[in-house]
Design a protein around this ligand. Structure first.
Ligand SMILES: [Zn+2]
Ligand SMILES: [Zn+2]
Length: 367
C-alpha cells in the first residue's frame, strides 16, 4: 500500500530508511544545501538550481512511497510524443519564420544561440515535468529515498547540465548546419529517429560495457556510479573523460554512422534539423532514464516496434543498472534493450514486470 513521505527542509534527500544495506554512494549524496536559511552561502550554482526550480527533491516536496508489489502505472508512447515533439519544434518554427517571412538566414553563431537556448529550455521543462510525475507516482525502490544533488558537488552537477546543452548544439552547428538550407525535416524522420536511437545505443552499449568490464577503464566511470538511486540532474554526473564521451563522443559516432547508413538504406538526407530532432528525443530519454520515476515509460522513438519485440527499455532498467551494478553489472543500454538482449546482459526487472504493470492506469503527463 502506498504511503507518502515528505522531504524536510533540514534533510531533504538523505536516505533515512535502512530497508537494505546502505549503497556505497548514498552518504556522498547527502543533500541539505537547498535550505533557504543557508542562502547567504549559496554560489551561482545553488542559485541556478533554485531559480530555475530544477532541484528534483526540493525542501517540503512530497512523494508517495509504494511497496514493490504495488501496481506500476503506464505511460503511453503517444503521450510522450505529444509532450516532446511540440517542444523540440519551437526553435524550428522560429527559424522558419525568420527565413520564410523576413528573409533572414541565420549565421552559424546565431543558429548556435537559438538552438542552445532551446536545448536548455527543453531540459528545464523536462525536469519540471519529471518532478510533477514523481509527486504523483513516487520512485522505484521507494523504501530507500532518492539521492539528491550532493552538497559537495552542486557546481559540478550544474556544469554537467550546462555543458551538455551547450556543446551538443556547438557540434551540430559545426558539423551539420548549412545557413542556406531552410529549416525542414525529412518525411523519413520518424524512421531516422528509430535508427538513430538504436545506432547511438550500440556505440553507447560497448563504450559503457567496456568501462565496467575492463579494470583500468572502470575509474573513468566509477563517479557516475556513486549514486545508487539517481535523479535526473545526475544524468551527466561523471568524471571528465566520461563527460566528454557522453556529451560529444557517442553522439558523434552515431551521427557519422547514420550519415553513412541513411543513403545506403535508400533514405533521404540526415542533416542538422534531423539531428536536432533525434537529439532532443535522446536528451529526454537520458534525463527520464535517471529520474527513477515509478512508472512504466519506454523511449517512444521506436514507435512501438521494440515494445512489440520485447526489447524496449524502461526507466527501471537504468535504475537497476545504478542500484545493482558496480564493476560487474548489466543493462548497459541507455536508449533501448536491443544490445543487452543480443549480448546477454539484461538485469531482470523487479517492479516493472509485465504482470505488475497496470496497463489500464495511464499516467497523464503534465504539460
Ligand atoms: Zn554504468
Ligand atoms: Zn546512469
Amino acid at each position: 500500500m502506498a504511503t507518502t513521505t515528505t522531504t524536510t527542509a533540514t534533510n531533504p534527500a538523505v536516505p533515512q530508511v535502512a530497508a537494505k544495506p546502505m549503497a556505497k554512494g548514498s552518504a556522498r549524496f547527502r543533500s541539505s544545501w537547498h535550505d533557504e536559511a543557508k542562502q547567504s552561502s549559496w554560489s551561482i550554482a545553488h542559485w541556478f538550481f533554485h531559480l530555475l526550480d530544477i532541484d528534483p527533491l526540493p525542501p517540503k516536496a512530497s512523494f508517495p512511497v509504494a511497496d514493490k508489489a504495488d501496481k506500476v502505472p503506464y505511460v503511453s508512447e503517444w503521450s510522450l510524443h505529444r509532450w516532446i515533439a511540440p517542444r523540440l519544434a519551437v526553435p524550428l518554427l522560429l527559424h522558419h519564420v525568420l527565413v520564410a517571412h523576413y528573409g533572414i538566414t541565420l549565421h552559424p553563431v546565431a543558429a548556435f544561440f537559438l538552438y542552445s537556448v532551446a536545448f536548455k529550455l527543453f531540459g528545464v521543462s523536462t525536469m519540471h515535468m519529471l518532478r510533477r510525475v514523481g509527486a504523483q507516482h513516487g520512485f522505484l525502490d521507494g523504501q530507500v529515498p532518492r539521492d539528491g544533488i550532493p552538497d559537495d558537488s552542486v557546481g559540478k552537477v550544474a556544469m554537467s547540465l550546462i555543458s551538455t546543452s551547450t556543446y551538443r548544439p556547438i557540434l551540430a552547428v559545426m558539423l551539420a548546419y548549412d545557413r542556406n538550407a531552410p529549416p525542414a525535416l525529412s518525411w523519413m524522420v520518424p524512421a531516422q529517429l528509430t535508427l538513430y536511437t538504436v545506432v547511438l545505443d550500440f556505440w553507447f552499449y560497448w563504450y559503457h560495457r567496456l568501462m565496467h568490464e575492463v579494470p583500468w577503464l572502470w575509474k573513468l566511470h566509477s563517479t557516475h556510479h556513486l549514486t545508487r538511486h539517481p535523479n535526473a540532474t545526475l544524468t551527466l554526473f561523471a568524471d571528465e573523460v566520461q563527460e566528454i564521451f557522453d556529451i560529444a563522443g557517442i553522439p558523434l559516432f552515431a551521427y557519422w554512422t547514420i550519415r553513412y547508413l541513411v543513403p545506403v538504406l535508400g533514405g533521404s538526407n540526415f542533416g542538422f534539423y534531423e539531428w536536432w530532432f533525434c537529439g532532443m528525443y535522446v536528451a529526454f530519454i537520458e534525463l527520464a532514464g535517471h529520474s527513477g520515476l515509478r512508472v512504466f515509460a519506454q523511449p517512444p522513438g521506436s514507435f512501438g516496434i521494440l515494445r512489440s519485440a520485447g526489447i524496449e527499455l524502461c526507466i527501471e532498467d537504468h535504475d537497476l543498472h545504478h542500484r545493482r551494478g558496480w564493476k560487474k553489472s548489466g543493462n548497459y543500454g541507455k536508449q533501448t534493450r536491443v544490445w543487452d538482449t543480443l549480448f546477454g546482459s539484461k538485469i531482470a526487472r523487479e517492479e516493472c514486470t509485465e504482470d505488475n504493470v497496470d496497463w489500464s492506469q495511464r499516467v497523464a503527463i503534465p504539460w
